[in-house]
Design a protein around this ligand. Structure first.
Ligand code: UDP
Length: 330
């Protein structure tokens, strides 16, 4: 199979590339490197079937030869990044999604949109199932991300309804693992970075807000299953193991020998208070559920960041079943 993947040099995109190349597929990897890092895919350069294209998907994409799958992962995904680049975020969700959908339509390819749990905004329903329509502030600071993804979902459904494109939509909940950018502001790399430096962990608000963290190899497995399915409506992909941010901070502190403090900082506006995926649908439609516990995933992730801080560079092969194989550092 030949895949076109936008956002291929990003955290999740690069792991998707690893899995597909490992399985013998061909990839045209597209990334404008605004938040993706070339080093995330440099180990794939020169491998048979892997092609890297540095391009902004907001410009139309012309790919010669056949294409079987189009995966649209390109987006700024960290609150710090999308608050800094709100217009680019809206553009990749709107124009970028349109261009990727047109590409899929042109090639009669299957299309996968990576959407987000942010479609539920600050949810009034808990846990969140796909039938919940969400509680999004359309003009708040986070709206550039939330609304771009909600629009992307609507555009995807429209292309399915009008043009018959075989589309799928994943609503991704908080995901973590190697290759997250240490400085992207998200809570997992932020706490690990702070702990490695012996700094206090910055807990926003009183830390009672909850998140549910999914290890990246589990998520990739879910995305690949979804991309092959005939389910047209959104499917939640995430790990339902929910905890407060304060509990998560304690989990990190317990893993470091030095006493690490906690510093409370103001809660960003519209920060969702509760988030936990209802994955009943993913279990039923995809026969999927996450299998890497937080304890295991965090060990791998902290080890990755520790080695990366010491020596730089990374290699993170995944076994064909989606479980982490080993972490080697170049
Ligand atoms: N958070 C925190 N300290 C940090 C970074 C984030 O307490 O240094 C909180 C943030 O306010 C949110 C949660 O951790 O409630 C998850 O934030 P993240 O940016 O990882 O992703 P989000 O789920 O908000 O998109």
């Amino acid at each position: 199979m030949r895949y076109v993947i936008s956002g291929a040099a990003g955290f999740i995109g690069s792991h998707v590339c690893d899995r597909l190349i490992h399985a013998g597929h061909q990839i045209v990897a597209v990334d404008n490197l605004i938040t993706g890092h070339a080093e995330n895919v440099e180990h794939l350069i020169g491998k048979p079937g892997f092609q890297f294209l540095e391009q902004d998907i907001c410009k139309p994409l012309h790919i010669t030869g056949h294409v079987d799958h189009v995966f649209h992962l390109a987006s700024l995904a960290s609150p710090v990044d999308y608050l800094e680049h709100p217009i680019e975020t809206l553009e990749s969700g709107s124009t970028g999604t349109r261009n990727m959908l047109e590409l899929a339509r042109h090639h009669h390819a299957r299309f996968l949109l990576t959407s987000t749990s942010e479609c539920y905004g600050d949810p009034l329903e808990h846990p969140q199932s796909e039938t919940y329509w969400g509680n999004v502030n359309p003009v708040g600071l986070r709206s550039c991300y939330d609304e771009s993804k909600r629009y992307a979902e609507a555009l995807t459904m429209a292309h399915h309804r009008v043009h018959g494109v075989r589309t799928t939509i994943a609503r991704i909940f908080n995901t973590y693992g190697p290759r997250m950018a240490l400085n992207d502001g998200r809570v997992v790399p932020a706490f690990i970075d702070q702990a490695l430096k012996g700094h206090s962990l910055t807990v926003f608000g009183d830390g009672s807000q909850t998140r549910s963290f999914c290890f990246v190899s589990d998520l990739v497995e879910g995305l690949l299953l979804l991309s092959e399915s005939d389910e047209r409506y959104p499917v939640n992909l995430g790990n339902p193991a929910e905890m407060t941010i304060l509990q998560f901070a304690e989990e990190i502190r317990a893993r470091f020998e030095n006493a690490i403090g906690i510093e409370f900082k103001p809660l960003p506006s519209d920060d969702p208070k509760l988030r936990r995926p209802d994955i009943t649908k993913a279990r039923r439609v995809l026969n999927w559920e996450p299998c890497v516990p937080l304890s295991e995933g965090l060990t791998i992730t902290i080890e990755y960041f520790r080695k990366r801080a010491e020596r730089g560079g990374d290699r993170f092969p995944l076994r064909a079943n989606g479980r982490p194989d080993q972490v080697e550092v170049a």
